[in-house]
Write a protein that binds this ligand. Structure first.
Ligand code: SAM
Length: 393
């Protein structure tokens, strides 16, 4: 997602939005009291992002696009979904089967992928969507119902993981939306940053000695890094990535999992100079770092440690088939050729501007990455043919 970094000018909430935040905050306070004074940051995120009817992704705020809080690549331009479709076509030609998309947002990417695959004559048997937010699933249904019937009828929504899957799995900006933990390294020890409340009911980050799993994982990561961390080093760790990748590797019979997100290989993610971590909040196109502001009305994310993703996938028996920047992936999939296809001058100019934002290093081109994890697919993947950074993981 992209937003301008300008924390000093955050827009104010309407009375209704303010009341909504109050309800979300009351739920969080209730959990904190029930837990004896604090909850993990991951539990806090689970509530403020996904509590049914209340969390940021579960309630009805706009979120995506100009009227929302941030812009994702599929929302920015149809070129993104068309390039993804080029990669899907290559895999589907080898494996057949279906596409399974996680966290489809407004349904924009699904629509662009299906339209392109339709014009290439390589449609998947089904286009399945697994979405945790009932509100977003309703928006996806409205968006995809507008497709021509031969495309729209292939789309189905799942409420749980399928038993097995052959073909392609897609997830754009889903890994960064999984709840994560925060920690601080000090005096040779790991402290978890948990969430408590002060006497005025305001949420506060509190430190407590990290328990077994978090401490062991942070110590393992630290021991593998080439340079030591400075005192008071703060960062994040996403324990949900391991089980999520394990369930994906468990269901993939043959095909490719394509993951897109902003993130880094581990040595860069946990670099000593990144001493305040990667947590980022998005509200009305402003980025800032206060996760307790407007609970339920803003997105709270962290960058993805792609080494963790690859480790979990390989542990599940998948092959790392490629890792590159978003620009590398889109160029490998032929974005320049796709751009030339538009005959209409005005459309061409618009798409060229969008392509720049997708590709330029200062925009989404470099901070966003693409990763492919495969089972039983032999052909080298087009999206990773120009640049493969797998060795950096
Ligand atoms: C940042 S949005 C990205 C939406 C869309 N992919 C895009 O790029 O515009 C994150 C999406 O992931 C969904 N999500 C989060 N956790 C999920 C999970 N465990 N399974 C499926 N979807 C999930 C959210 O509800 C939301 O649709």
């Amino acid at each position: 997602m992209t937003t301008a970094a300008n924390p000093s000018t955050l827009p104010v909430l309407s009375p209704e939005e303010h009341a909504h935040c109050g309800r979300v905050a009351a739920l969080v306070r209730e959990r904190i009291v029930a837990a004896g004074g604090s909850i993990g940051f991951d539990e806090y995120l689970q509530l403020v992002l996904y509590a049914p009817g209340l969390g940021y992704y579960s309630a009805g705020s706009v979120k995506f696009g100009a009227a929302g809080d941030f812009v994702t690549a599929p929302e920015l331009s149809p070129l993104f979904g068309r390039c993804v479709a080029q990669q899907c076509a290559q895999v589907l030609a080898e494996t057949g089967g279906s596409i399974l998309e996680f966290g489809a947002g407004t349904g924009r990417m699904a629509a662009d992928v299906l339209q392109r695959l339709g014009s290439l004559g390589v449609l998947p048997e089904r286009y399945r969507i697994l979405e945790v937010s009932a509100d977003l699933a309703a928006r996806q249904r409205a968006c995809l119902a507008a497709l021509p019937a031969p495309l729209a009828t292939r789309v189905e929504w799942l409420t749980s993981l399928p038993q097995g899957h052959r073909g392609v799995v897609l997830a754009n900006e889903v890994l960064d939306a999984l709840p994560f933990q925060r920690f601080v390294w000090r005096d040779g020890a790991v402290y978890e940053l948990v969430v408590g409340v002060d006497e005025r009911g305001t949420f506060r980050a509190r430190e407590q000695r990290a328990g077994g799993a978090l401490r062991a994982e942070v110590e393992r990561i630290r021991a593998e890094l080439p340079e030591p961390w400075p005192e008071d080093y703060v960062s994040e760790l996403s324990p949900a990535i391991g089980p999520w990748m394990a369930s994906l590797s468990g269901l993939l019979e043959s095909g490719v999992i394509l993951l897109f997100d902003y993130g880094l290989p581990r040595t860069h993610y946990y670099h000593p100079e990144r001493a305040r971590g990667t947590l980022r909040c998005h509200f009305r196109h402003r980025a800032h770092d206060d996760p307790f502001l407007h609970p339920g009305m803003q997105d709270v994310t962290a960058w993805v440690d792609f080494t963790r993703v690859a480790e979990a996938a390989v542990a599940g028996g998948l092959e790392l088939a490629g890792f590159t920047t978003q620009a590398g992936f889109l160029l490998g999939c032929g974005i320049e050729t796709l751009l030339q296809e538009s005959a209409d001058i005005a459309e061409h100019v618009r798409l060229a501007g969008e392509a720049q934002r997708l590709l330029l290093p200062g925009e989404m081109g470099e901070s966003f990455k693409a990763m492919a994890l495969a089972r039983g697919v032999d052909a080298p993947l087009a999206g990773f043919s120009l640049q493969d950074l797998s060795a950096s993981l």
